[in-house]
Design a protein around this ligand. Structure first.
Ligand code: PMP
Length: 353
């Protein structure tokens, strides 16, 4: 830390992203990316757009925002496009949390929530998940602040149903309820359909997972127009040009290629089913994941040992060195071939080969 670093940030522990080795020698199952390349339509649109790199991008991001709104059954003022969904989440902490409106989220969830709370100097309360990693909705009643729930949750992959989400919103009329749907496309019902009904619901989604665009950084928030207006106030006070020209064009391209996205999601869900079946045979227990990852624990071998053994054999998975999580591995679902390699390697490790 330099002697110039502001005291208000000096105790901040930044988010630790998953490893991103640059040599590509690993089968990468650690950061929940798509194993499939970007849509060719996304690539050609981005390539054409790069010729306009000398100009600032459209700060309204109008064409892409309108396309997203149409897809969600909403209108332009109900959507804000951001630099990954991390940015809309940070905007939500900035816009809707303060000393009188703490942030509430499960104690086991996306690790960035507490970092955003710390960064913005807002109080937060982590509400413990049940023993089986599910959320007890009775723990979220009449809260006055902002509630962040990832649905499905990370790193467990467990999803709430749409009626449970509606109950959460109804139980907390004085709170903004943020539903983080980063992994919604792998088998969870979206809460987008509730937006016209509730003025305290913000849904966030990303192009990083099902749409194979993690490197382009594109996400969005959707909600009541006043909520979106507030978030726009934050956006125009931090970075009006938050979406670069190439990403904006790629986003339009991938939305024109809905069949490709759907095909990839189906393949991931099929490979997830295969992996769950095979890992059960090897002695793993898993949560009921609706995401593009599974959360697995072996009956006798610890999470850290398995993580290290897999890494030494060229397979990267995510291990969290935290109580309640440290015996588990979070394994991204890749292609069927990658998952076969994972199963074979785990089988070798467990049999001492
Ligand atoms: N929410 C959850 C639950 C996530 O796991 C992630 C990705 N790590 C994000 C949001 C943010 O993703 P991105 O910024 O790539 O949209």
């Amino acid at each position: 830390m330099s002697r110039f670093f502001s005291e208000k940030y000096s105790a901040l522990t930044p988010y630790t992203p998953g490893e991103q080795p640059q040599d590509m020698k690993y089968i990468k199952l650690n950061t929940n990316e798509s194993p499939y390349p970007p849509s060719s339509k996304a690539l050609s649109r981005a390539s054409e757009a790069s010729a306009r790199m000398h100009l600032y991008p459209d700060p309204e991001c109008r064409t892409l925002t309108e396309k997203i709104a149409e897809l969600c059954g909403l209108s332009f003022p109900q959507v804000l496009v951001t630099n990954g969904s991390d940015e809309i989440l940070n905007f939500a902490f900035m816009a809707f949390c303060d000393e009188k409106h703490p942030a509430y989220f499960p104690d086991i969830s996306y690790g960035f929530y507490s970092v955003f709370a710390e960064l913005n100097g807002v109080p937060y309360k982590e509400i413990p998940l049940c023993e089986d990693f599910t959320i007890n909705l009775d723990d979220y009643k009449n809260l006055e602040g902002t509630i962040f729930v990832a649905n499905p949750n990370a790193p467990t992959g467990i999803a709430l149903t749409l009626s449970e989400i509606e109950k959460l919103i109804l139980q907390n009329p004085k709170s903004v309820v943020v539903i983080d749907e980063a992994y919604v496309d792998f088998g969870t019902e979206s809460a987008l359909s509730l937006i016209d009904k509730y003025d305290n619901l913000l849904v966030t989604q990303t192009f990083s997972k099902s749409r194979s665009m993690a490197g382009a950084r594109l996400g969005f928030g959707a909600g009541n127009r006043e909520l979106i207006q507030d978030l726009n106030t934050i956006k125009y006070s931090t970075n009006p040009y938050n979406i670069n020209t190439m990403t904006m064009a790629a986003g339009i391209g991938v939305l024109e290629d809905a069949e490709y996205t759907e095909k990839n999601c189906k393949a991931v869900m099929k490979a997830r089913g295969y992996t769950v079946k095979e890992l059960s045979k090897l002695g793993f227990s898993m949560t009921d994941s609706k995401a593009n990852f599974i959360f697995a624990k072996h009956s006798s071998v610890g999470g850290e040992k398995l993580y290290r053994e897999l890494k030494s054999r060229g397979i990267l998975v995510r291990h969290f060195n935290k109580p309640r999580l440290c015996e588990h591995l979070r394994i991204t679902i890749g292609t069927e071939e990658q998952m076969q390699a994972l199963v074979n390697t785990l089988s070798d490790i467990l049999e001492g080969r």
